[in-house]
Design a protein around this ligand. Structure first.
Ligand SMILES: [Zn+2]
Length: 107
């Protein structure tokens, strides 16, 4: 039974660049979401997060925390959008190269 549920799990991969080396994958909390990131993408995301607005209250009040979390999620989504666009285009290009319907592939 445990084997079946393990087989049903999606492969572990960084949601940004698709890295699958489990030695560098980590689950991170970004805003209200938990996402699998490799260390490289996490470090790059931290650089972006360091540029977010400076804290107003120490500790931050609830509205400030929500605002910071939304900005962190937006930064993650921006990176995900770029990554998904690139992967999607790679898939489309591959299908096009292999398609007999593509005029460039007709002999
Ligand atoms: Zn990554």
């Amino acid at each position: 039974m445990a084997d079946k549920s393990r087989r049903d799990l999606p492969p572990l991969a960084c949601v940004i660049d698709g890295e699958t080396d489990t030695r560098v994958l980590e689950l991170h909390r970004i805003g209200d979401a938990h996402v699998m990131l490799c260390r490289n993408c996490y470090v790059r995301l931290l650089d972006v997060l360091r540029t977010k607005p400076t804290r107003i209250w120490e500790p931050p009040d609830e509205l400030e925390k929500i605002g910071q979390a939304l900005i962190a999620e937006a930064d993650l989504f921006t990176r995900l959008a770029a990554s998904h666009r690139e992967f999607g285009q790679l898939l489309i290009d591959r299908v096009r190269r292999e398609s007999p319907n593509d005029p460039d592939n007709r002999t």
